[in-house]
Design a protein around this ligand. Sequence first.
Ligand code: FAD
Length: 578
Amino acid sequence: MNMKKLSPRFFVSEQITTTDLGVASAQGIKTIINNRPDDEAQGQPRSADLAAAAAELGMQFVHLPVVAGKITDENIDQFERAYRTLQGPILMYCRTGTRSTTLWALNEAKTLDVNAVMATAAEAGYDLTAMRARLISRSAATPAAASDLIQKAASTDKHDIVIIGGGTAGLATASSMLRRKPGLDILVIEPREAHYYQPGWTLVGAGIFDRKQTERTMASVMPKRVKWKHAAVTGFEPENNNVVLEDGERIGYRVLVVAAGIKLDWDAIEGLGDTLGKNGVTSNYLYDMAPYTWDLVQQLNEGRAIFTQPPMPIKCAGAPQKAMYLSCDHWLRQGKLKDITVEFHNAGGVLFGVADYVPALSKYVDKYGIDLCLNENLVAVDGPAGKAWFDRSDGEGKTSRIEAEFDMMHVCPVQTAPDFIRQSPLANEAGWVDVSAETLQHNKFGNIFSAGDVCSAPNAKTAAAVRLQAPVVAENALKVLSGSAPHAVYNGYGSCPLTVERGKIVLAEFGYGGKHLPSFPQWLINSYEPSRLAWFLKEKMLPDIYWDLLLKGREWLVDIELLPQIPASREHKDAVDS
Ligand code: FAD
């Protein structure tokens, strides 16, 4: 099989066999799409047989048959729907790969530069010259065409860029844009007076950082050349390029970046709000609460400590177990662990979402004698009574309620998209800002982008992800602002430094589909083993990297993928302009 990469999340090939499925699976492919009608040629493997073999390897298999030389608009719509929802990386095949590549190109032409799409296909060995006119006509039908929206915005008093949220993603994106275009008129809308380095809260909960190290005034971190509006956004008018503030004021933009973070839904768990911060119930997910975690850890000499994890997605999926490992490490060093029962109640069915890191983590689960309670979701707490209730699912749709007593409990809250996003025209069905996983451009409104925890891209929601997302959004938003199509592609990078003991970290770094994307050579930091150097990085270097590089748009160790650029021909330009 000759698998050709068209994007970090998408590959094509000629007809595959069951043996090829094993190779694809080993290379991290999660979904196979077959574009060949069955019985097109003699000896062609049947779709049903390949689907069965793919299922055995844990891969999804989708049959989207397309007749050679007759790709219909319905075929493209079907592919677009599948492409948005299926887990990547995806491998799509037909007889030679041409049909699959063409289908991909016709879909991508809606948002990406047509020349760049054709050049990408050409690099993979597929000449789409004959499709050029059709690709151009697709590009004119961009989701609520960015160029139309921008043109409309030009006639009125609008900011070049409006960014919602002055958190990690909002500020990093503003700075990355200013590095590329210093004179840009950027307005950041952010109600808070403080900015937090949230990844530091794990170390506050373990007594390693003082919480003050994780807080700076918003004024001190706001990039100098942006305007800051101290307000909260409550609504959107995407057709008119406006956002609406709490007091009804409307703010206009040419390009909008939504970076409003994630909502911590403490009320989703009965009784939690009343007891958080007392009765032994804590959470590293709050600036004010992380020091209480360390107080409780130090005070506990015996009894039961419970750590919880809600259903995904959450920000920093490793944070609930980081709190647990560091607490266990302290109790072990103090000789108390033998008198403490530790339970990890995880609503999910696995210890960690990317299987490659589970062996290293499991060793620590064994070392600390942690009772791993999978598929158990916290639903209620009675702090004064020291009791918690979990819904345990048996995997076959049956749920039973179980009760557990605790002396200390660390809770990771349920997390959703903020209400004003969930209820807006920008949201997908799950409530997140509905963007392309690759360009981070909105799927319906071409002059809207999103980065950070609030966007729908299926990456690990982390500050590390923002390192790559911010430059991708900066590149693409500036392209759209200047009337061109996006050309930068996000590979799904995210990272989770799993603090397995004081002084050692398993540094998980991965992209879409769990693809291993290490920042350092393996001889320096072996991603799959606990590392002292990774701990040094987290404790001594990452805070400065956050404040002085990420928030200031200095893109250290960042190499974003730009689709090949070839100068637009006059013919093409005219066609797009008309
Ligand atoms: P945020 O930084 O939360 O910013 C969102 C901003 O939007 C806020 O300032 C908010 O006030 C503003 N906002 C909200 N609503 C509105 C509105 N209506 N109008 C205007 N503005 C609004 N990441 C890592 O990479 N590594 C780690 O080790 C790590 N550990 C973590 C440990 C913990 C305990 C926690 C809580 C997080 C951790 N993270 C880690 C995750 C990381 O902090 C987040 O993923 C990152 O901060 C997301 O950035 P963001 O800009 O999307 O959201």
